[in-house]
Design a protein around this ligand. Sequence first.
Ligand SMILES: Nc1ncnc2c1ncn2[C@@H]1O[C@H](COP(=O)(O)OP(=O)(O)O)[C@@H](O)[C@H]1O
Ligand SMILES: [Mg+2]
Length: 355
Amino acid sequence: MQPGKGHLMIQFDAVHKRFPNGTTAVHDLSLEMPEGGVTVLVGSSGCGKTTTLRMINRMVDPTSGTIRVGGRDVLDQDAADLRRSIGYVIQQSGLFPHRTVLDNIATVPLLLGHGRRKARARAAELLETVGLTAESGKRYPHQLSGGQQQRVGVARALAADPPVLLMDEPFGAVDPVVRTQLQDELLRLQKELSKTIVFVTHDIDEAVRLGDQIAIFRTGGHLVQCATPSELLARPADDFVADFLGAERGLKLLSLTPLKDIPQAPAPEGGTWELALDAARRPLHWRTKNTGEPELPVRPLRDTDSLLAALNESIASPTGLVARVDADGALTGVTSRDEIHQHAGQAHAEARVAS
Ligand SMILES: Nc1ncnc2c1ncn2[C@@H]1O[C@H](COP(=O)(O)OP(=O)(O)O)[C@@H](O)[C@H]1O
Ligand SMILES: [Mg+2]
């Protein structure tokens, strides 16, 4: 969650959704989504994620309970206005096939009454924001790759500069490499834009990467647990959540745990191996006194790097020591493999407690 943005943008209070055919899609859901944060709804197919999302912008109305956006009951707001003021991105990008990419993005600004020129200028700006070339604006959606189409979908959702963005498995149909790129891109965008994002996925790794908080659903539209990724990984509420998080729960937790609080010692000098530094004290490589042995690479770590990165680096390092650097990349000290193991063990133990 973004610091300093305490208040709640979206609130579900005892919300039920039962469709006319008798299916209960959402069961007694109470959930709060803080302003400026990413809330990920995760769970297997049919557990009510899309229905939950669509109740926020009134594409579906609840059977009972209250949903507030910006403090106002959505049922008191005009459905069309609400939908226009909330960005919506879906898996099949939902682009108009016979309109150019630029015109697709300009659709909402036009609807909102911006003139054609202004709408197009805004669209051109957004193309760049989502990492597409100006040239791609002239193409038609089918002339773009799946990943590019999803970027256009995101640009279009951002066009009206909505405070809230709903994303329903937006990266579900693209290959893993492109998917990671799109996730990175979204994280970068979110740093700048601080939207209140509700993101649906059935991929727990995607949830852990993107979520400030993760809400796990179970069949029948039951919310099982809502917590930050680290809380969830360290303390899953029950076996269902633990299973859902997968066997690599401990590793995932390590990948989220920063090095920050782990002690450092002075870098060794005069031993068999030492760190070669440049003039600004940035580590260059490990060098040895033993003749004939090559220099070995060093990957210095910052406080924000993860325990998992440190564990990997300590295995690659000839001394088992990890070089720690400040924000400018200058050496601050080293941490031993034992020290890292010890802290990793603590994180693992915590993760095991509840399972
Ligand atoms: N319009 C509808 N009419 C009847 N049942 C529906 C409708 N939409 C969804 N459902 C049912 O509600 C449940 C939840 O669906 P959905 O919210 O789409 O789940 P998810 O997005 O998690 O896959 C499913 O059992 C689904 O079949
Ligand atoms: Mg769905």
